[in-house]
Structures are given as C-alpha cells and as structure tokens.
Design a protein around this ligand. Structure first.
Ligand code: Z5A
Length: 252
C-alpha cells in the first residue's frame, strides 16, 4: 500500500517537473562563471553592472567608464536592461510603456524582465564576454530583486528561481550601486530635457515605492558585499568616475 503511494508520488513529481520546466531546475544559486582575473591580465572579458535608483547617474558613469576602458585599449560593449537585443528591446517597450486598458499584473512584469534578460544574456552578454570584451550593463538582475521583490513585494524565492533560469550562470564580476536619496534622483530626471513630463509605468510608481527600491538595493549590497560596491552618487560625476576607475587599477 505504502509502496504504491510512493510510486504515485514519484510519478506525480516527475510530471510536475516536465510540465513546468524544460530543464531540471538548478538546486544551487548561480555561481560566478566569469572571473575578472587570475593574475594581472584579464583572461576573458569582464561583466560589470550598474544599479541604483532612478536618476542616480548610471548612464553618465557607464559612458565615462567605457571611454576609460577604450583609452586603455580594451574593447567595451555598453548595453542595458531591460533591452540590449532586438527582441529584448521590444519587451522593454511593453514593460516600460504599456498603457492599458488591460494592466500588466505584477507576476507578468517579473516574467517580462526575465524574458528580456534571457535573450540578452544568451545573444549579447555571454558571446561578448567570450570574445574577451568588457560588457557594461545598465541594470541587471539586482533591479528585479529591488523593484519587483522589495518594492512590489513579489516572493524572493520565486525571483531567485526565475533569475537563475534566465541568466544561465552569468553573474556580474562587479556591480556598482550608485546610491543617493530618491528625491535627489527624481529632481535630476525631472529636469532632464528628454524626460520632462514623461514618466513611464515604473517611474510613476511614487516616492514610497522608490524609497523601498533604494532600501532593497542597500540590503542586497549588504548580502553580497564582495560583488556590490556601494558608491555615493550624490557628488559630482567626475569624482564618482575616479572612484569607480580605482576599482580597476589592478586589473588593467
Ligand atoms: N526595472 C525593473 O523594475 N526591474 C528590472 O529587472 C530591471 C529594470 C532590469 C528602466 O528604466 C526601468 O526598469 C527602471 C527600473 C526598471 N525604472 N525606474 N525607475 P530606464 O532604463 O529608462 O531608466 P533608469 O535605469 O531608471 O535610469 P535613469 O532614470 O535614466 O537614470 P540614470 O541612468 O541612473 O541617470 P543619468 O541618465 O546618467 O542621469 C540622470 C540626470 O542626472 C541627467 O540629466 C544627468 O546629466 C544628471 N546627472 C548624472 N550624474 C550627475 C551627478 N553626479 N550630479 C548631478 N547630475 C547628474
């Protein structure tokens, strides 16, 4: 009797695995697959991400950092999330600018970001790193944990599972978290010519939401202090750039 029940249970579990995922889910958290260096030369490429609340200056710093790498003779690819490939950019358009009448539910929002990431990682990020390039990405999965997890309240374990599935083991070598008070970031974007009066779905979520995002990022940085460098973004952009490049002094 017990034996029959055990067989049924095993079959049921196998069926669930087959129906929910193509591959067996990974039991372990994602590991770093691309290390920056083992000596004084970069062996493969590097994968660098920038995170932070809105208006923190990510785009500005990424552009400066890329110029810095180029001046050292390195090939550098700048990309962004959501987006980065044609399909991922289409998903970006939906997740940022969809405007009813049917609302995007929170669960679908998570999956749209993950779908964009899956395309981006496989079709752009991993190939570029394998060619020895330095990839700098404006936001990556830490944003999912900060925005969809901490701020929207989506289950963190689910997010970990979905993220692992999307990123294929591609964990950043280093992440710069540009931290600043939400109000300062808002002020910057509200006075930026291209975005005046054009808040997208997520930008329009309100001050409390964005404060939770900032707290979320800081929690992530505490949990992964080795990877995530917290930088004071409430200072002039040249000083911040110099602080960021210091990190690479021993790898170039
Ligand atoms: N999102 C998500 O929810 N889940 C996810 O998994 C992912 C993303 C991947 C993408 O928006 C949205 O998707 C984002 C999170 C969500 N939504 N929000 N909010 P995006 O890519 O369109 O925008 P963003 O990533 O939030 O960036 P941003 O607002 O464009 O800002 P930024 O790139 O950090 O800053 P910036 O463009 O470099 O600078 C902003 C302005 O400040 C500009 O006028 C600069 O000249 C000025 N600036 C820059 N640095 C300074 C300094 N140091 N001092 C003074 N002024 C400065």
């Amino acid at each position: 009797m017990l034996y029959k029940f055990w067989i049924k249970l095993t079959l049921f579990c196998e069926f669930r695995k087959l129906s929910y995922c193509v591959k067996e889910p990974k039991k372990e958290p994602a590991k770093r697959s691309y290390r920056k260096t083992t000596g004084d030369t970069v062996k493969k490429g590097l994968f660098i991400t920038f995170e932070g609340p809105e208006g923190a200056g990510k785009t500005t710093q990424i552009s400066k950092l890329c110029d810095f790498f180029k001046s050292k003779g390195k090939e550098c690819v700048v990309t962004r999330e959501p987006g980065g490939t044609p399909v991922a950019e289409q998903l970006r358009e939906i997740v940022k600018h969809h405007n009813g009448p049917e609302l995007i539910v929170d669960e679908a929002e998570v999956l749209l970001f993950a779908a964009s990431r899956a395309q981006h990682v496989r079709n752009l990020i991993i190939p570029a790193i394998e060619e020895g390039k330095i990839v700098i990405c404006d936001r990556f999965y830490d944003s999912t944990f900060a925005y969809q997890g901490f701020a929207r309240g989506q289950n963190i374990e689910n997010l970990k599972y979905i993220t692992d599935y999307a990123i294929c083991g591609c964990v950043p070598d280093v992440t710069f978290l540009l931290d600043l008070p939400v109000e300062v970031g808002f002020k910057r974007t509200q006075t930026r010519e291209e975005t005046i009066g054009k808040a997208d779905r997520i930008e329009a979520a309100g001050l409390e939401f964005h404060k939770a995002v900032r707290e979320g990022f800081l929690r992530l940085a505490e949990e992964e202090a080795e990877r995530i460098m917290v930088m004071n973004a409430d200072q002039d952009s040249e000083t911040l750039h110099n602080q960021i490049t210091e990190y690479f002094a021993d790898v170039l």
